[in-house]
Design a protein around this ligand. Structure first.
Ligand code: DGY
Length: 330
Protein backbone atom coordinates (compact mmCIF):
# COMPACT_ATOMS: atom_id res chain seq x y z
CA UNK A 1 0.00 0.00 0.00
CA UNK A 2 1.25 3.45 -0.89
CA UNK A 3 1.55 5.19 2.46
CA UNK A 4 1.16 8.62 0.85
CA UNK A 5 -2.24 7.85 -0.61
CA UNK A 6 -5.10 8.83 1.68
CA UNK A 7 -7.36 6.04 2.93
CA UNK A 8 -11.09 6.39 2.29
CA UNK A 9 -13.67 4.04 3.74
CA UNK A 10 -17.14 3.94 2.13
CA UNK A 11 -19.83 2.27 4.20
CA UNK A 12 -22.03 1.02 1.33
CA UNK A 13 -21.53 -0.10 -2.23
CA UNK A 14 -22.12 2.84 -4.58
CA UNK A 15 -22.21 3.09 -8.39
CA UNK A 16 -18.62 2.78 -9.62
CA UNK A 17 -18.74 6.01 -11.66
CA UNK A 18 -19.58 8.01 -8.53
CA UNK A 19 -16.46 6.94 -6.62
CA UNK A 20 -14.01 6.54 -9.53
CA UNK A 21 -12.58 10.08 -9.05
CA UNK A 22 -11.58 9.14 -5.48
CA UNK A 23 -9.64 6.12 -6.72
CA UNK A 24 -7.40 8.37 -8.79
CA UNK A 25 -5.69 9.75 -5.70
CA UNK A 26 -6.67 7.54 -2.76
CA UNK A 27 -6.96 3.98 -1.54
CA UNK A 28 -10.69 3.37 -1.45
CA UNK A 29 -12.17 0.55 0.58
CA UNK A 30 -15.89 -0.20 0.30
CA UNK A 31 -18.04 -2.26 2.67
CA UNK A 32 -19.16 -4.85 0.15
CA UNK A 33 -22.32 -6.29 1.72
CA UNK A 34 -25.03 -4.55 -0.21
CA UNK A 35 -27.97 -5.02 2.15
CA UNK A 36 -26.19 -4.92 5.46
CA UNK A 37 -24.81 -1.92 7.31
CA UNK A 38 -21.23 -2.05 8.58
CA UNK A 39 -21.13 -3.55 12.09
CA UNK A 40 -19.96 -0.93 14.59
CA UNK A 41 -16.72 -2.76 15.53
CA UNK A 42 -15.76 -2.91 11.86
CA UNK A 43 -16.62 0.76 11.41
CA UNK A 44 -14.43 1.66 14.39
CA UNK A 45 -11.54 -0.39 12.97
CA UNK A 46 -11.88 1.32 9.58
CA UNK A 47 -12.26 4.77 11.15
CA UNK A 48 -8.92 4.19 12.91
CA UNK A 49 -7.19 3.92 9.53
CA UNK A 50 -9.23 6.39 7.52
CA UNK A 51 -8.51 9.91 6.33
CA UNK A 52 -12.09 10.13 5.12
CA UNK A 53 -15.37 8.31 5.67
CA UNK A 54 -18.26 8.31 3.22
CA UNK A 55 -21.25 7.40 5.39
CA UNK A 56 -24.99 6.76 5.13
CA UNK A 57 -27.93 7.83 7.34
CA UNK A 58 -27.92 4.30 8.73
CA UNK A 59 -24.39 4.65 10.17
CA UNK A 60 -24.08 5.96 13.72
CA UNK A 61 -20.96 8.10 13.96
CA UNK A 62 -20.77 8.66 17.69
CA UNK A 63 -18.05 9.57 20.19
CA UNK A 64 -16.74 6.02 20.22
CA UNK A 65 -16.15 5.97 16.47
CA UNK A 66 -14.68 9.47 16.51
CA UNK A 67 -12.28 8.94 19.38
CA UNK A 68 -10.61 6.07 17.54
CA UNK A 69 -10.33 8.08 14.31
CA UNK A 70 -6.96 9.72 14.80
CA UNK A 71 -6.29 10.46 11.09
CA UNK A 72 -9.82 11.35 10.12
CA UNK A 73 -10.16 14.66 8.30
CA UNK A 74 -13.61 14.49 6.79
CA UNK A 75 -16.91 12.62 7.06
CA UNK A 76 -19.17 13.01 4.06
CA UNK A 77 -22.71 11.83 4.79
CA UNK A 78 -24.72 10.77 1.75
CA UNK A 79 -27.85 12.59 2.96
CA UNK A 80 -28.96 16.12 3.63
CA UNK A 81 -29.66 15.21 7.27
CA UNK A 82 -26.69 14.47 9.53
CA UNK A 83 -28.32 13.70 12.88
CA UNK A 84 -26.57 10.29 12.73
CA UNK A 85 -23.25 12.07 13.33
CA UNK A 86 -22.08 13.63 16.58
CA UNK A 87 -21.23 16.93 14.89
CA UNK A 88 -20.09 18.75 18.01
CA UNK A 89 -17.63 15.97 18.90
CA UNK A 90 -16.34 15.94 15.31
CA UNK A 91 -16.01 19.72 15.34
CA UNK A 92 -14.02 19.56 18.59
CA UNK A 93 -11.72 17.10 16.91
CA UNK A 94 -11.32 19.30 13.82
CA UNK A 95 -13.10 16.84 11.53
CA UNK A 96 -15.05 18.32 8.61
CA UNK A 97 -18.65 17.14 8.21
CA UNK A 98 -20.27 17.36 4.79
CA UNK A 99 -23.74 16.48 3.48
CA UNK A 100 -25.62 16.37 0.17
CA UNK A 101 -28.12 19.24 0.05
CA UNK A 102 -29.88 20.59 -3.06
CA UNK A 103 -29.39 17.54 -5.30
CA UNK A 104 -32.20 15.69 -3.48
CA UNK A 105 -34.65 18.54 -2.92
CA UNK A 106 -37.07 17.92 -5.80
CA UNK A 107 -36.97 14.12 -5.50
CA UNK A 108 -37.72 14.23 -1.78
CA UNK A 109 -40.52 16.73 -2.39
CA UNK A 110 -42.00 14.37 -5.02
CA UNK A 111 -41.99 11.49 -2.54
CA UNK A 112 -43.45 13.64 0.23
CA UNK A 113 -46.31 14.72 -1.98
CA UNK A 114 -46.83 11.16 -3.24
CA UNK A 115 -47.02 9.97 0.38
CA UNK A 116 -49.53 12.69 1.20
CA UNK A 117 -51.69 11.66 -1.76
CA UNK A 118 -51.35 7.95 -1.04
CA UNK A 119 -52.46 8.57 2.55
CA UNK A 120 -55.35 10.84 1.57
CA UNK A 121 -56.66 8.58 -1.18
CA UNK A 122 -55.87 5.29 0.60
CA UNK A 123 -53.78 3.97 -2.29
CA UNK A 124 -52.00 1.10 -0.47
CA UNK A 125 -55.34 -0.19 0.84
CA UNK A 126 -56.80 0.03 -2.66
CA UNK A 127 -53.83 -1.76 -4.22
CA UNK A 128 -54.08 -4.58 -1.66
CA UNK A 129 -57.85 -4.76 -2.22
CA UNK A 130 -57.39 -5.51 -5.91
CA UNK A 131 -54.33 -7.77 -5.52
CA UNK A 132 -55.97 -9.81 -2.77
CA UNK A 133 -59.04 -10.47 -4.96
CA UNK A 134 -61.62 -8.52 -2.94
CA UNK A 135 -62.80 -6.42 -5.88
CA UNK A 136 -65.99 -8.21 -6.83
CA UNK A 137 -68.15 -5.15 -7.35
CA UNK A 138 -68.00 -1.36 -7.61
CA UNK A 139 -69.32 0.55 -4.57
CA UNK A 140 -70.35 4.19 -4.23
CA UNK A 141 -68.21 4.73 -1.13
CA UNK A 142 -65.71 1.95 -1.77
CA UNK A 143 -62.30 3.04 -0.42
CA UNK A 144 -63.39 6.67 -0.43
CA UNK A 145 -60.59 8.86 0.87
CA UNK A 146 -60.10 12.58 1.37
CA UNK A 147 -59.62 15.29 -1.23
CA UNK A 148 -56.25 16.94 -1.47
CA UNK A 149 -57.12 19.83 -3.79
CA UNK A 150 -58.28 23.07 -2.14
CA UNK A 151 -57.35 21.74 1.31
CA UNK A 152 -54.90 23.27 3.78
CA UNK A 153 -51.38 21.93 3.96
CA UNK A 154 -49.31 22.85 7.02
CA UNK A 155 -45.58 22.44 6.47
CA UNK A 156 -43.40 22.21 9.57
CA UNK A 157 -39.85 23.00 8.44
CA UNK A 158 -39.87 25.38 5.49
CA UNK A 159 -36.39 24.83 4.13
CA UNK A 160 -35.53 23.79 0.60
CA UNK A 161 -37.63 20.61 0.64
CA UNK A 162 -40.53 22.31 2.43
CA UNK A 163 -40.59 25.04 -0.20
CA UNK A 164 -40.50 22.46 -3.00
CA UNK A 165 -43.46 20.61 -1.41
CA UNK A 166 -45.31 23.93 -1.12
CA UNK A 167 -44.71 24.54 -4.82
CA UNK A 168 -46.37 21.23 -5.60
CA UNK A 169 -49.27 22.18 -3.32
CA UNK A 170 -49.95 25.30 -5.42
CA UNK A 171 -50.77 23.01 -8.34
CA UNK A 172 -53.53 21.51 -6.20
CA UNK A 173 -54.88 24.95 -5.25
CA UNK A 174 -54.05 24.28 -1.62
CA UNK A 175 -53.98 26.85 1.13
CA UNK A 176 -50.38 26.74 2.39
CA UNK A 177 -49.40 27.35 6.01
CA UNK A 178 -45.92 26.87 7.38
CA UNK A 179 -44.07 26.91 10.66
CA UNK A 180 -40.32 27.38 10.74
CA UNK A 181 -37.57 28.53 13.09
CA UNK A 182 -37.42 31.74 11.08
CA UNK A 183 -39.71 33.32 8.50
CA UNK A 184 -39.08 32.17 4.93
CA UNK A 185 -39.98 35.31 2.97
CA UNK A 186 -38.98 33.66 -0.31
CA UNK A 187 -41.56 30.90 0.19
CA UNK A 188 -44.13 33.50 1.18
CA UNK A 189 -43.58 35.44 -2.04
CA UNK A 190 -43.00 32.54 -4.42
CA UNK A 191 -45.74 30.12 -3.36
CA UNK A 192 -47.96 32.28 -1.19
CA UNK A 193 -47.21 30.31 1.98
CA UNK A 194 -48.51 31.93 5.15
CA UNK A 195 -46.54 31.79 8.39
CA UNK A 196 -48.47 30.30 11.32
CA UNK A 197 -47.58 29.48 14.90
CA UNK A 198 -47.02 25.76 15.51
CA UNK A 199 -50.34 25.44 17.36
CA UNK A 200 -52.35 27.36 14.75
CA UNK A 201 -50.88 25.20 12.02
CA UNK A 202 -51.79 22.01 13.91
CA UNK A 203 -55.34 23.24 14.43
CA UNK A 204 -55.97 24.41 10.86
CA UNK A 205 -54.14 22.06 8.52
CA UNK A 206 -55.79 19.09 6.81
CA UNK A 207 -52.32 17.73 6.09
CA UNK A 208 -49.53 18.36 8.58
CA UNK A 209 -46.25 17.68 6.84
CA UNK A 210 -43.10 17.30 8.91
CA UNK A 211 -39.91 18.29 7.08
CA UNK A 212 -37.86 19.88 9.87
CA UNK A 213 -34.38 18.52 10.61
CA UNK A 214 -33.84 16.45 13.75
CA UNK A 215 -31.89 18.40 16.35
CA UNK A 216 -31.92 18.53 20.14
CA UNK A 217 -34.56 21.29 19.79
CA UNK A 218 -36.88 19.37 17.49
CA UNK A 219 -36.68 15.92 19.11
CA UNK A 220 -40.24 14.79 19.96
CA UNK A 221 -41.67 18.05 18.64
CA UNK A 222 -44.87 16.10 17.91
CA UNK A 223 -46.29 15.00 21.26
CA UNK A 224 -49.66 13.59 22.26
CA UNK A 225 -50.82 17.19 22.82
CA UNK A 226 -49.80 18.11 19.27
CA UNK A 227 -51.87 15.29 17.79
CA UNK A 228 -54.79 16.24 20.04
CA UNK A 229 -54.73 19.76 18.64
CA UNK A 230 -55.12 18.43 15.07
CA UNK A 231 -58.55 17.98 13.49
CA UNK A 232 -59.97 14.43 13.60
CA UNK A 233 -59.94 14.60 9.79
CA UNK A 234 -56.28 15.63 9.66
CA UNK A 235 -53.51 13.45 8.29
CA UNK A 236 -49.93 13.58 9.54
CA UNK A 237 -47.09 13.09 7.06
CA UNK A 238 -43.47 12.64 8.12
CA UNK A 239 -40.68 12.61 5.52
CA UNK A 240 -37.96 14.06 7.73
CA UNK A 241 -36.79 11.98 10.69
CA UNK A 242 -38.73 9.68 13.01
CA UNK A 243 -37.13 11.29 16.06
CA UNK A 244 -39.30 14.39 15.64
CA UNK A 245 -42.30 12.32 16.68
CA UNK A 246 -43.12 10.70 19.98
CA UNK A 247 -44.19 7.45 18.33
CA UNK A 248 -46.12 6.21 21.34
CA UNK A 249 -48.12 9.46 21.24
CA UNK A 250 -48.84 8.95 17.55
CA UNK A 251 -50.02 5.40 18.24
CA UNK A 252 -52.37 6.66 20.98
CA UNK A 253 -53.68 9.45 18.73
CA UNK A 254 -54.45 6.92 15.96
CA UNK A 255 -56.07 4.49 18.41
CA UNK A 256 -58.29 7.22 19.79
CA UNK A 257 -59.17 8.65 16.37
CA UNK A 258 -57.59 12.02 17.21
CA UNK A 259 -56.35 12.13 13.60
CA UNK A 260 -57.54 10.40 10.42
CA UNK A 261 -54.27 8.82 9.35
CA UNK A 262 -50.55 9.09 8.88
CA UNK A 263 -48.04 8.73 6.07
CA UNK A 264 -44.60 7.87 7.38
CA UNK A 265 -41.37 7.52 5.45
CA UNK A 266 -39.31 7.60 8.64
CA UNK A 267 -39.41 6.02 12.11
CA UNK A 268 -37.76 6.60 15.47
CA UNK A 269 -35.61 3.52 15.14
CA UNK A 270 -34.99 2.19 11.64
CA UNK A 271 -35.48 -0.28 10.10
CA UNK A 272 -38.77 -1.36 11.65
CA UNK A 273 -40.02 -4.93 11.50
CA UNK A 274 -43.48 -5.98 10.46
CA UNK A 275 -44.66 -6.27 14.08
CA UNK A 276 -44.23 -2.55 14.61
CA UNK A 277 -47.46 -1.25 16.22
CA UNK A 278 -47.84 1.54 13.65
CA UNK A 279 -48.22 -1.05 10.90
CA UNK A 280 -51.40 -2.44 12.46
CA UNK A 281 -53.39 0.65 11.43
CA UNK A 282 -55.02 0.47 7.98
CA UNK A 283 -54.86 4.28 7.82
CA UNK A 284 -51.07 4.36 8.19
CA UNK A 285 -49.01 4.34 5.02
CA UNK A 286 -45.47 3.26 5.85
CA UNK A 287 -42.43 3.52 3.59
CA UNK A 288 -38.82 2.42 4.20
CA UNK A 289 -37.11 5.85 4.26
CA UNK A 290 -37.05 6.34 0.48
CA UNK A 291 -37.48 10.13 0.32
CA UNK A 292 -34.54 10.71 -1.99
CA UNK A 293 -34.51 7.28 -3.59
CA UNK A 294 -34.60 7.82 -7.32
CA UNK A 295 -31.72 6.37 -9.33
CA UNK A 296 -30.80 9.80 -10.67
CA UNK A 297 -30.82 11.46 -7.27
CA UNK A 298 -29.00 8.70 -5.42
CA UNK A 299 -26.26 8.91 -8.06
CA UNK A 300 -26.13 12.68 -7.70
CA UNK A 301 -25.90 12.31 -3.90
CA UNK A 302 -23.10 9.75 -4.18
CA UNK A 303 -21.21 12.04 -6.59
CA UNK A 304 -21.57 15.04 -4.29
CA UNK A 305 -20.54 12.97 -1.26
CA UNK A 306 -17.39 11.86 -3.16
CA UNK A 307 -16.71 15.36 -4.36
CA UNK A 308 -16.87 16.66 -0.75
CA UNK A 309 -14.17 14.15 0.21
CA UNK A 310 -11.97 14.93 -2.79
CA UNK A 311 -12.15 18.64 -2.02
CA UNK A 312 -11.45 18.19 1.68
CA UNK A 313 -8.48 15.86 1.14
CA UNK A 314 -7.03 18.17 -1.50
CA UNK A 315 -7.15 21.06 0.97
CA UNK A 316 -10.09 22.87 -0.63
CA UNK A 317 -13.22 24.00 1.14
CA UNK A 318 -15.85 21.30 0.42
CA UNK A 319 -18.91 22.47 -1.47
CA UNK A 320 -21.34 21.12 1.10
CA UNK A 321 -19.66 21.73 4.42
CA UNK A 322 -21.80 21.56 7.56
CA UNK A 323 -19.43 22.63 10.36
CA UNK A 324 -17.91 25.77 8.90
CA UNK A 325 -16.26 26.61 12.21
CA UNK A 326 -13.67 23.82 11.73
CA UNK A 327 -12.63 25.27 8.42
CA UNK A 328 -12.34 28.76 9.86
CA UNK A 329 -10.04 27.46 12.58
CA UNK A 330 -7.69 25.69 10.20
C1 DGY B 1 -31.59 12.65 3.75
O1 DGY B 1 -30.96 13.02 2.77
O2 DGY B 1 -31.45 13.14 4.87
C2 DGY B 1 -32.54 11.53 3.51
O3 DGY B 1 -33.32 11.28 4.61
C3 DGY B 1 -31.76 10.30 3.10
O4 DGY B 1 -32.47 9.69 2.09
Amino acid sequence: MDKNRPYIFITRKLPENTIAPLKEFAKVVVWEKEDEPVPSDHLIAEAKKADALLTMVSDRIDKEVLKSAKNLKVISNMAVGYDNIDVSEATNRGILICNTPDVLTETTADLTFALLMATARRLPEAVDYVKEGHWDQWGPMLLAGADVHHKTIGIVGMGRIGTAVAKRATGFDMNILYFNRSRNREAETKVGAKYASFDNLLQQADFIVCLAPLTSDTKHLFTYDSFKKMMPTARFINASRGGLVDEQALISALEEGQIAGAGLDVFESEPIDNNHPLLSFPNVVALPHIGSASVETREAMAKLASQNIAEALKGKRPKALVNHEVYEEE
